[in-house]
Write a protein that binds this ligand. Sequence first.
Ligand SMILES: [Zn+2]
Length: 693
Amino acid sequence: MDIHGLCALILICAAGALLGPELPTVERYALTDAELFAAVDRDAPGMAAVLDAWGAGDAASARRLLATHFRTRTEPKWFIDHLEPHGTEAGPDERAEKALRHEFFSHGVGHTFGENISWLENPTYAPEHEFDKEWSMAFLRMPWWNDLAAGYRKTGDERYAREFVHQFLDFRAKHPICVERCRGLSSHPLKYAVPEWRTLEVGSRLSGSWMNAFHSFLQSEAFTDDAVCEMLKAFIEMSRYLLKYPSGAGEFTNNWLVFETNALYSAGVLLPEFVEAAQWRSEATDRLVAEIRRQVYPDGSQWELAPGYGAGVLRSFRRAYQIGALNNSPLPADFTNAFESMYTYLLYSSINGSMPAFNDSGHGSIAGLMADAHADYPQREDFAWAASGGNQGREPETTHVAFEYAGQYVMRSDWGPEARFMIVDAGPYGVGHQHEDNLSFELWAYGDYLVTDPGTYRYNYDSPWRQFMVSSLSHNTLAVDHLGQQRRGNTAKYASDAPLAHVWHSGDEVVYLRAVYDDGYGPGAALKVTHTRSFIFVRDRYWVIIDRATPTDDTEHLYEVLFMLAAGNAQADGDTITSTHEDGPALVIAAAPVSGQTVEIVRGQIEPVRRGWRRGGDDVEPNPTAVIAQTTAGTATFATVLYPQQPGAEPAGVGVRIVEQTPARITLAVTAPGDGETLIEEDLTQGAVTIRH
Ligand SMILES: [Zn+2]
């Protein structure tokens, strides 16, 4: 790359502002006019006149002709039609007005900038907040330019256009792009040497807010020919940057590369006036095809196994596909096949329209995704049903589903409002956004969650809360000697290359899943204990969980089975725990009596270990957690019944005891309302469960 006009820029930190320590000085540059016109393709429609003007030394005409070409061209097409009349509605537009006032809100924290935006200012530097670098990252994607753009298209109010142009030129002057790739900088709170040019944000801007603003303001006088040319320069700079510096951590690429490559592809499709566009398009196509094959498993999950991120990747792939389809540049069938499987995964792994909160995902809504699924696959009756809130299409029939690459298993009674539902995470660690949550699960019944993942925490890796939220101690799994699972760094456990070999049977009376975790506990994964967990869903009504913990040594260990209760109230009484939602469903957890076993509720504990918390609003809040504990040498066995109850139901008499146990077999006697006593026998060698009355 030719780097004329190279400039080094020192960011001056305004005294007293919400800015962090000074960032390192890096080499930056901005394209000159000469470099802009050198990039123009003489053979592209309308470009010969531009280059003739430039060649004749008439820079002003060249800029005017180039800007006029973009203002008037009918192809390629962006998602909005920039030639459509603007200003058909009366103003003001509320969201655009907010952007005019420099009022921003992200990650739960609002901030109003002064007259001039200080681009690296972050309100969470203030002492009353815990610092959140993602506040800046979200801000630096400039999402409010979409608000100014929408407001302008709607009302034609030139104030919105002037504000956008002013902000763009201001940012461009203060923060030229860096020559080298922006690198991590662990000593700085923002964690990057040039946070405003992190590749993820470059991708987000180029295919999102910047490209959208460019097309939206082309009719405006405020968006002068010079400003249009400056933005074209920025697009070229960003595309070259993404071409040269694709994200990737060895073999484990993640959502970043998809967002970046969607942007490179968009630029390649949308800017054919520049010679390099063909290369951007072809390289991006190759990258997108490679990533959809690598990151999307045959079961439709994305290999970070954090469903919210998988959904983001789906949206990004889909946007690239759509911009290609709009402009006669179709992407291959890999895409449409993958989209259908991804929508299917999201629908069948969700409950009440919410994704499971596995890994660094929350309970994100699938509503928008199901609308997309229905639009893309109108013949799929289940997508139509999900997209219409049950008013169209047909209710899905499949209730028990194994996602064998994700290692996620769904046991659902039905698709109605009274559904009992559990999803188990028995999969690989995931290639990004991981939690140590193997063999954990979420349980929903009769209209609400009863056992849940505690959620996530802001990406403040130094915070003990972040460390807690990603640890096994905040999940519904086993802790050994107060230590959790340890797969971080064990890259062999990050991804699946074949369907997982767990025991999975789905029959009329029982659904049976058995999976094993044996990758070690605690620092260095040095504590070797094999945790075998069986889930038995009985007659679509309740679950039996059998935990076996077998250490490799012959010393005594403390084993604790943990359940994060989603209900506000919980009491332990003997071997039974009852947790209730006010006016909602309840959960009875009955543990089979074992000599020396304790059953208790822990809430908001810090010592000796943090336990009994969940994410609440912008912070954490105490949350009742069931702890069933045994201290023993050799194998510890726990048998637990999880019995959900309808709102207002009389407290149910639920019990379980171990009738007989050998290394190969266990027989349990379960008492549940209306059933009397049921014998449930698990045969480990046959991999089978039988039920007798
Ligand atoms: Zn989690």
